[in-house]
Design a protein around this ligand. Structure first.
Ligand code: NZQ
Ligand code: ZN
Length: 385
């Protein structure tokens, strides 16, 4: 196991009715920007609960943060905060709203053009505006991690950055908020969380027994509850296990002491930027092909995964190959199409486009063994057509 530091400062407030605790975790007298998305929070009563809990606070509302939040939209919120002298941000929504707020938080007092945080990975300067979240869509883990993903609409770039400043001060995670989610978003949430675990687990054996067992526990839970929670999101037993599993999949525990491989996400972000495909669906397209192209590197772990998750038997090679098939089967069960051509007719340009972008960014040796070369990326994308 590699050396590591574990720092998880987010106050994670879980369960039914917890939104009423907001006034206990936001400093009295704070002037709040309440940031949200396209309006789901008005239809499902979450907005009302938040406002009730924040009686007496000065609140300015900022709506319209779109899925795959746009830099251009977020900069408008930055202006509102400066203009009205606000000193706290509350994100109410899914990963896009939370990621958007993370960006807004550091952009307000950033010394320079905040686009550099994305395009040049410029170090964060200036004091970030403190923020907390109310999660309404389990998927990304953004509620308890320190990353953000933002799209620059103008250049069609979807870019991420992170750092300790991006941990929410608190996250209120009430599983009853998922009752209003469309099926598609629940399917997305399960597959996104599943792939987050896989990005940290599906490498090579690294003597991290506990991390492996935690990862496998999350995968098994997602397989167990996934199809059921899509059909019945009001079932608290299912909803609570779904929400907690998604947080645990990407809250900085599984990557401790191990080398990870985020290539599926890196390629997936390009597919969203190019074609507007939902984040999780891009992962379902890429992950199985990545495991196939990188079979020799990942074989031992694929075998472990096949035995422990799907109870497969046979030779190691047989088990490892069948484990990839089982993964695709699960993605199909979760409503995913797994071929790029099922989403767009314009797919043939993607392999060249993505490889060129990666080369321009200097991403020439990806993966846990740095052996995912531009040629391999090309192969993986082509295999996904
Ligand atoms: O905008 P509103 O009206 O709220 O509707 C949203 C949106 O249309 C809707 N929704 C959310 N909660 C709802 C609801 N509808 C009904 N009832 C509710 N309770 O769901 C739609 C999708 O929301 P979005 O926030 O975009 O989805 P998700 O949580 O999947 O977030 C995706 C974004 O997170 C990034 C992705 O790249 C993408 O931009 N990710 C962030 C990560 C991180 N920060 O660590 C890691 C992930 O790998 C991912 O990349
Ligand atoms: Zn993801």
């Amino acid at each position: 196991m590699q050396n590591f530091e574990l720092f998880t400062p987010t106050n994670y407030i879980f369960g039914k009715g917890q939104i009423e605790k907001l006034s206990k975790v936001i400093p009295q007298g704070a002037k709040i920007l309440l940031a949200y998305g396209g309006g789901s929070i008005f239809k499902n009563g979450v907005h009302e609960q938040v406002i009730k809990s924040l009686e007496g606070y000065e609140i300015v509302e900022f709506g319209g943060i779109e899925p795959n939040p746009h830099f251009e939209t977020l900069m408008k919120a930055v202006e509102v905060i400066k203009e009205k002298n606000l000193d706290f941000i509350l994100a109410v929504g899914g990963g896009s709203v939370i990621d958007g707020v993370k960006f807004i938080s550091v952009a307000v007092n950033f010394e320079g053009n905040p686009i550099d945080l994305l395009q040049k990975k410029a170090p964060i300067t200036g004091t970030p505006v403190p923020f907390g979240t109310v999660l309404t869509l389990p998927a990304t883990g953004s509620e308890m991690n320190s990353s953000t993903v933002v799209t620059i609409a103008k250049t069609q770039e979807k870019l991420s950055f992170g750092g300790p400043a991006l941990y929410p001060q608190f996250s209120v995670c009430d599983p009853t908020t998922i009752a209003s989610l469309p099926k598609r978003q629940i399917e997305n949430g399960i597959v996104d969380a599943f792939t987050h675990v896989m990005e940290q687990y599906m490498t090579y054996p690294q003597d991290a027994y506990l991390q492996d067992r935690i990862a496998e526990g999350i995968l098994q839970t997602l397989i167990e509850i996934g199809p059921k929670v899509v059909e019945n999101p009001s079932d608290y037993k299912l909803a609570s296990n779904f929400m907690w599993s998604c947080t645990m999949a990407l809250n900085g525990l599984l990557n401790k002491g191990v080398i990870t491989d985020w290539t599926t996400h890196m390629i997936g972000h390009e597919l969203t930027a190019l074609y507007g495909i939902d984040h999780a669906r891009t992962l379902a397209i890429i992950a199985p092909n990545l495991y196939t192209v990188m079979f020799e590197t990942k074989k031992e772990k694929l075998t472990q995964y096949g035995k422990r998750i799907f109870n497969l038997t046979g030779s190691d090679d047989e088990i490892a190959k069948e484990a990839i098939n089982k993964t695709v089967e699960f993605f199909h069960l979760m409503g995913m199409d797994t071929k790029l051509s099922e989403y767009t007719e314009d797919y043939k340009k993607s392999a060249d486009f993505i490889v060129e972008r990666f080369e321009n960014r200097g991403w020439k040796a990806l993966g846990e063994k740095q052996n995912i070369t531009p040629e391999k990326v090309h192969k993986i994308v082509e295999a996904s057509y």
